[in-house]
Design a protein around this ligand. Sequence first.
Ligand SMILES: *Cc1c(COP(=O)(O)O)cnc(C)c1O
Length: 235
Amino acid sequence: MQHIEIGIKNIQERIKKAMDLAERDSINDDVKLVAVSKFHTAQAVQCATRCGQWDFGESYVQEALIKQEELSVNDVLHRINWHFVGHIQSRKAKDIVGRFALLHSVDSEKLALLLNKHAQQLNIKQSILIQVNIGSEDQKSGVDVKNLRNLTQSILQCPYLELQGLMCLPPVFDQGLAARPYFAHLRNLKEDLSQYFGINLPHLSMGMSGDLEAAILEGASLVRIGTDIFGARSA
Ligand SMILES: *Cc1c(COP(=O)(O)O)cnc(C)c1O
């Protein structure tokens, strides 16, 4: 599992370079690395924790819960911040509330109301992001830009949800910097919502293995990196 250690070091280097290029300071304007461990084992996760990596992203509920269970035999689990970055099906809403520090992919009012209901039953406040379909792609999840204010309004009326920002997956390009205008758009949308509703939205979740530099240049606070840490995924 030495490749994981090397992967994390390389990504940390790339993040640092991008932060320098963006003239962002890591004290007041930091970016956090979320290691996306989908299709990789609990052992791989545990290995990454030995490099000081404590934030992990998962995309599939069943797989994530099994991994959490496997890691619960030692106390590593309790220090991990789990992120859910995949599409959330309504019928899975009750399985994920309370089990992830942050849900990145809330994209409908119906889903928000369900999550709020389950959070109420647990008497917790669930932190969430809204996923925006920034490239208006039919095959992608995420709320359409034109419905973003309405969805935000609904979420702000859910007392057991805490809205912390926005997430996107831009259209795939051959070259990372081509995604930059989409990241800039997401940043503008976040600023618009902050102003319109008078709320503080600390997070912009954007940037993956191929385009993290462009995302950091446009203000990403969370980058979600899988392949360049854990290696290629076998589906
Ligand atoms: C898989 C996945 C990632 C990680 O992508 P890589 O290209 O492997 O770095 C990031 N975000 C989401 C939503 C994902 O599903």
